[in-house]
Write a new protein. Structure first.
Length: 292
């Protein structure tokens, strides 16, 4: 039993099909079947029950899969650590939750790239959940996310905090208010960034605390379009404070939420990778520029 065998086993377990797993691994179904058969003989246990619909994992397979994930994660950590020690890996893979670079300024990334020309920085935006998963699975070295990450494997540092606010259009009963409680928004038409953005989930959870689901009239990925929808009186906008800085507030105004919900931004990495050179370089940059 080796790492390649365990990767093959994990793929079959996850896909519940030898054919689909073989396609995922770019090997033949016959070859993959032989690997699984070899594992079963070596462990003297049946891992999968075969049928026309695919394969069903046994209790032994479930136990092996849990251990396999730990082994593969440790192997990946070891490989990455060795690359760092040998100084052959001069790359920082940075994953950012959608919207956080607008909140922080893109200079967080561009300034770091300029300050560390010896590092090649790969960065991309994903949903908040995807960023946390990519760092957890070591598909990214660092993540910039919204909210704390409940994982014993994760090291996190808060680097900024923003507030959730409302955009209310002229003529609406709440237009002249200075503050509004979320409970007063029950039944109100809401315009908000979609599920790819953490603000959607944060606001939804706030409403659920008062026993209702928000009445979402429109969802978008574009803050400027959201602003136009508010001006068009489609609904009350839910935004992060930074996103209104460049808009001309004609026909709308900002109203504070009484709940003072914060949008906290964290730098995250795996604890086992905390002292890798590329991550230390990024943290040093954050400290020098007042982010940490």
């Amino acid at each position: 039993m080796d790492i390649k065998d365990l990767k093959c086993f994990a793929a079959v377990y996850e896909e519940r099909s030898i054919n689909r797993a073989a396609g995922k691994l770019f090997i033949t179904s016959q070859g993959l079947g032989k690997v699984i058969h070899k594992l079963e003989e070596e462990l003297d246990i049946t891992l999968f029950e075969r049928s026309k619909k695919g394969v069903a994992p046994t209790q032994g397979a479930a136990f092996l899969y849990e251990k396999t994930r730990e082994i593969l994660r440790l192997a990946q950590e070891t490989e990455q650590g060795i690359r760092q020690i040998k100084r052959k890996d001069q790359t920082l893979r940075l994953a950012c939750a959608r919207g956080v670079l607008n909140a922080l300024s893109f200079s967080l990334v561009s300034g770091f790239i300029a300050a560390c020309p010896h590092l090649y920085v790969e960065w991309a935006e994903y949903s908040n959940r995807e960023v946390k998963e990519k760092v957890e699975e070591q598909e990214a070295d660092l993540g910039i996310v919204v909210g704390k990450t409940p994982s014993i494997h994760m090291d996190e540092e808060k680097i900024a905090s923003r507030s959730i606010r409302l955009i209310v259009y002229e003529g609406h009963p709440l237009y002249r208010r200075e503050t509004v409680s979320a409970k007063e928004l029950m039944g109100e038409r809401i315009v908000i960034l979609n599920e790819q953005f953490q603000v959607f989930h944060t606001f939804r959870e706030l409403c659920k605390q008062y026993g209702f689901e928000p009445n979402v009239a429109a969802k978008t990925v574009d803050s400027s379009f959201l602003f136009q929808l508010c001006q068009g009186k489609v609904g009350i906008g839910v935004v992060i404070d930074f996103s209104t800085a460049h808009f001309r507030m004609e026909g709308v105004r900002i109203v504070e939420l009484e709940e003072k919900v914060s949008w906290d931004i964290y730098r995250i990495c795996r604890k086992s990778c905390r002292n890798f050179e590329n991550i230390r370089a990024f943290d040093s940059y954050l400290i020098e520029n007042g982010w940490l």
